[in-house]
Write a protein that binds this ligand. Structure first.
Ligand code: 6PG
Length: 243
């Protein structure tokens, strides 16, 4: 794995506050340089607190922010498992972001491959033919080392010629951004919390690359943003004495 930054915080609001600071810093720089901020949202449970806190944070430049998803379960957008629904409920319903700047992954064609191609076409319409360098990509990590919907031992891990592909969680299809897009990002942040993630965090940060999350090596900055519980199995001196 390339070099990465590691930040560890006590559980709770301090970690989320740091995540918001990162969001604000990256968005200010992107808007200053290019007039807009492109951010990829992680799915799952971990980022819910971040999105809910962002919704309550004054001064976030939503009018210049463009939201994308890193992956999506192949369910309707109002399904309880939908990452779009999770973001709608925790964030979108509270903020005034222009709908034309919100790009959920489509899941209604009845064919994941078609929907993956449609999302890629949307990205190409926005960014052109060159693989985009998205400003900030939020990712989580599963206990098996997957990230986005790039699961161990699946074909999606090998996809280099597409920006969006079909991931497989067992028999369950999912849409996911691919490594070419993730690794073109200006910054990737793995936001990982909870004692259940401590073993995979230790494996991801202390072993040779063999997990999907370890193949995320962005051209820009890579940060692992952890709470103390998720960092608990890291070898000292990684784990600062958290008073
Ligand atoms: C998803 C995510 C997935 C998630 C990890 C961690 O759609 O579930 O994109 O990659 O980040 O599975 O999930 P938790 O945050 O729920 O532990």
């Amino acid at each position: 794995m390339q070099g990465f930054q590691l930040e560890i915080f006590p559980e709770g609001p301090v970690l989320i506050q740091r995540a918001i600071e990162i969001w604000q810093a990256r968005s200010a720089a992107a808007i200053r340089e290019r007039g807009r901020f492109t951010v990829v949202l992680a799915g799952g449970n971990t980022p819910k607190k971040l999105y809910a806190a962002l919704a309550q944070t004054p001064g976030i430049p939503w009018q210049q922010t463009w939201l994308f998803w890193g992956d999506e379960r192949y369910v309707p957008p109002d399904h309880p498992e939908s990452n779009y629904r999770m973001v709608r409920e925790t964030l979108l319903e509270q903020i005034g972001i222009p709908a034309a700047q919100v790009f959920p992954m489509p899941t209604q064609a009845g064919d994941p491959l078609r929907d993956a191609a449609e999302y890629e076409a949307t990205l190409r319409q926005i960014f052109g033919a060159e693989c985009p360098s998205l400003d900030l990509v939020w990712l989580g990590v599963g206990e098996d080392g997957h990230t986005a919907s790039l699961f161990p031992d699946t074909a999606a891990l090998q996809v280099q010629h597409r920006w969006v592909t079909v991931g497989q969680k067992g028999q369950e299809p999912r849409l996911t951004l691919t490594y070419p897009v993730l690794n073109q990002a200006a910054q990737v942040v793995f936001l990982v919390t909870g004692a259940n993630k401590a073993p995979i965090v230790k494996e991801a940060l202390t072993t040779e690359a063999h997990l999907p999350c370890q193949r995320v090596n962005p051209r820009g900055r890579l940060l692992w943003l952890l709470d103390a519980a998720a960092a608990a199995q890291l070898p000292l001196p990684c784990v600062p004495l958290l008073s």
